[in-house]
Design a protein around this ligand. Structure first.
Ligand code: S3P
Length: 170
């Protein structure tokens, strides 16, 4: 079993922020699946969606998962919100879900300092009604696949990363 931490959860729940805080505190490097895909494709996620569609983006995610399976260990991996669907997720490491209600996530995103940019870079968050529907569709699947579920509502970053570190460490 690989010793990676695989951080999953809905768009805007704070995976990137959590990963960066974890790395700073525990001295690990972070891999972000969206960043890997953007650099391999040399274009932004929203451009990939626009030019080649969601299906192609999901193929990129699967390729990325295959690369992690073959090449990455002892790392903290922050995943895009739909990455949990790759066929080999459980083989990549311990799956940790950051969990929160849709309302909490929406509020976090829309009150962020750079709120517009945060929403603009996420094509599947462009219409709140559709995003809510997606959240409802995924909620159970996220919990089913996770080895550890951490509710992040009203918790400090410090508490969240401590909780992750208490259960799995790399
Ligand atoms: C997606 C989430 C995004 C990004 C893409 C699709 C999704 O990542 O991978 O826009 O399907 O939930 P974040 O969860 O980091 O926003």
């Amino acid at each position: 079993m690989k010793k990676n931490i695989i951080l999953i959860g809905f768009m805007g729940v704070g995976k990137g922020t959590t990963a960066r805080a974890y790395a700073e505190k525990y001295g690990t490097f972070i891999i972000d699946t969206d960043d890997l895909i953007e650099s391999k494709e040399n274009r932004r996620i929203k451009t990939i969606f626009k030019e080649d569609g969601e299906k192609y983006f999901r193929e990129c995610e699967q390729q990325c998962a295959d690369w992690i399976e073959n090449s990455v260990d002892n790392s903290f991996i922050s995943c895009g919100g739909g990455f949990y669907k790759v066929s080999n997720l459980k083989k990549l490491g311990t799956v940790v879900l950051l969990d929160a209600s849709y309302e909490w996530i929406f509020n976090r995103l829309s009150t962020a300092e750079n709120s517009k940019a945060k929403l603009r870079k996420r094509p599947l968050f462009s219409e709140p009604k559709k995003a809510k529907k997606l959240y409802n569709e995924r909620e159970k699947a996220y919990k089913k696949i996770a080895n550890l579920v951490i509710n992040v509502e009203d918790k400090s970053l410090k508490t969240i990363i401590k909780e992750i570190h208490k259960h799995v460490y790399i």
